[in-house]
Design a protein around this ligand. Structure first.
Ligand code: ZN
Length: 381
C-alpha cells in the first residue's frame, strides 16, 4: 500500500495537470465574440441604425418611402439587409460630406439586397465644398442577394456613387449608379483595392467634372466573372469609362461596354489587360485603350469613337502589347454572327450572313441534328 501522502500528491498533480490542459486548450476553444456594431458607426438614410428599435429602419424615418433596412448581427459578420428599401434625402453628414449609407472606418459589414432598393442623395453645392457619397465603406465588403440597388446622387463638389476604400465583391445582384456633376471629381464606382464583380449586372454613369476626373469605374484591380458591365465617364478634364491600372481580366461570358466622353486632357475608354472570352466594347476621344492588351480572340478597331472610320482588324496576341494609339473605338470579338436558320428533315442549319471573313463557323454555318425522343408526350410511356 502506498503512503497516503503520495496519493494526495498524485491527486494534486492530476488536478494541476488538468488545469494546465484546459488552459492550453482554451485559446483554440475560445468562442468567437460577435462584435456588435457600436453607435455612430453605421448610418443608413441619415439615421444611426444601431440605435433604432430592432436595429431596423422603416418608412417612419424621413425620406424612406418603402421597405426596410435591418442590421442583422446574428452571423459571424454583421449584415445590412435592404429589402425594397427606398430613400431620398440629405443622408448622414459628417460635417462636410453627405452619405446615403455610411460605414465608419474599422467596421466590417456585408450587404444583402432583396427586391429593388434605392438610395438617392440631394444636391449639396453650398458650404465648404461638400461631397456626396451614395455608399461609403472603408473596410472590404460583399454585396450579394437576389435584388437590386440603385444609387443616385445630386450635384456636389465631389461625387462618388459607391466608394470602397478596401475593395469589394459584388455577387449575383444588379446595381445601377448615376452620380451628379461635381467640379472636383465625379466617379460612379471607386475602389481602393480589388473590385470583383461576379454574376452581376452593373451600370455606372458618372457626372461632368469641370476641374477633375469623370470616371464610370475607377479601381486598382478589376475582376469580372460572368457579368455585364456598362460604364461611362462624362465630360471633364479627364474622362474614363473604366480605369484599373494594376490589372483587369474578363472571363466567362462577360460583356463590358466602357465609354468616355470628350475631355480637355484625356478621354480614355478603358484599361484592358486580358480578354480571352466574353466581349468588350471601349471608346474614348483620345484613345480607346491605354494599357497593354493580351487578347486571345480577334478584335476590330476604328479611328473615331463612333466606330465609323478607319476600321482595322486587331490580331490575336498571346503577349500583352499596346494597341495602335490611333484607335478610338475597339471591339472584341470583332465578328458578330448574323444567323438565319433553315430546317431539312431532322437537321436545323444556322448560317452566318456576316461575310467579313472572321466567322469561326466552318463555311459560315453549323448543323444541329434533332433525335426523336423515346417518349413524345409529357408523362407518356
Ligand atoms: Zn459568324
Amino acid at each position: 500500500m502506498k503512503p497516503k501522502s503520495l496519493n494526495l500528491f498524485r491527486k494534486v498533480l492530476g488536478i494541476f495537470l488538468s488545469v494546465i490542459l484546459v488552459a492550453t486548450l482554451m485559446p483554440s476553444m475560445s468562442v468567437k465574440v460577435k462584435a456588435a456594431i457600436g453607435t455612430g458607426k453605421l448610418f443608413v438614410a441619415g439615421v444611426d441604425i444601431t440605435t433604432q428599435s430592432n436595429k431596423t429602419i422603416t418608412t417612419s424615418t424621413t425620406g424612406v418611402t418603402s421597405g426596410t433596412a435591418v442590421l442583422d448581427e446574428s452571423g459571424t459578420r454583421p449584415v445590412l439587409k435592404l429589402n425594397n428599401f427606398q430613400y431620398k434625402g440629405d443622408g448622414y453628414s459628417d460635417g462636410r460630406n453627405y452619405y446615403g449609407l455610411f460605414v465608419a472606418s474599422g467596421t466590417n459589414i456585408d450587404i444583402e439586397l432583396t427586391n429593388d432598393n434605392k438610395l438617392e442623395l440631394n444636391d449639396h453645392t453650398t458650404g465648404t465644398q461638400p461631397g456626396n457619397y451614395g455608399v461609403n465603406l472603408n473596410n472590404s465588403t460583399t454585396i450579394s442577394g437576389t435584388g437590386s440597388l440603385e444609387v443616385k446622387t445630386g450635384a456636389s463638389y465631389s461625387n462618388k456613387g459607391l466608394y470602397f476604400l478596401s475593395g469589394a465583391t459584388i455577387s449575383g445582384v444588379s446595381i445601377t449608379v448615376n452620380v451628379g456633376d461635381a467640379p472636383n471629381g465625379s466617379t460612379g464606382i471607386l475602389s481602393g483595392n480589388t473590385l470583383t464583380i461576379q454574376n452581376s449586372t452593373i451600370k455606372s454613369t458618372a457626372g461632368k467634372s469641370t476641374n477633375s476626373t469623370s470616371s464610370g469605374i475607377d479601381c486598382t484591380k478589376l475582376i469580372v466573372e460572368n457579368s455585364i458591365i456598362e460604364s461611362h465617364g462624362n465630360r471633364g478634364s479627364e474622362s474614363y469609362g473604366i480605369t484599373s491600372p494594376n490589372s483587369y481580366s474578363i472571363s466567362d461570358s462577360s460583356t463590358i461596354i466602357a465609354t468616355a466622353d470628350a475631355a480637355t486632357v484625356y478621354s480614355l475608354g478603358t484599361t484592358l489587360f486580358e480578354i480571352s472570352r466574353g466581349s468588350l466594347v471601349a471608346s474614348g476621344y483620345t484613345q480607346a485603350v491605354y494599357r497593354p492588351v493580351k487578347n486571345t480572340i480577334k478584335g476590330v478597331g476604328w479611328t473615331n469613337p463612333e466606330g465609323t472610320t478607319g476600321k482595322t482588324t486587331i490580331d490575336v496576341s498571346e503577349t500583352a502589347r499596346e494597341l495602335d494609339s490611333s484607335l478610338k473605338k475597339v471591339k472584341f470579338p470583332g465578328h458578330d454572327h448574323s444567323l438565319t436558320y433553315s430546317a431539312s428533315s431532322a437537321v436545323i442549319t444556322a448560317t452566318c450572313a456576316n461575310t467579313d471573313g472572321e466567322c469561326d463557323l466552318t463555311d459560315n454555318k453549323v448543323d444541329l441534328t434533332i433525335v426523336k425522343p423515346a417518349r413524345t408526350t409529357y408523362g407518356g410511356t
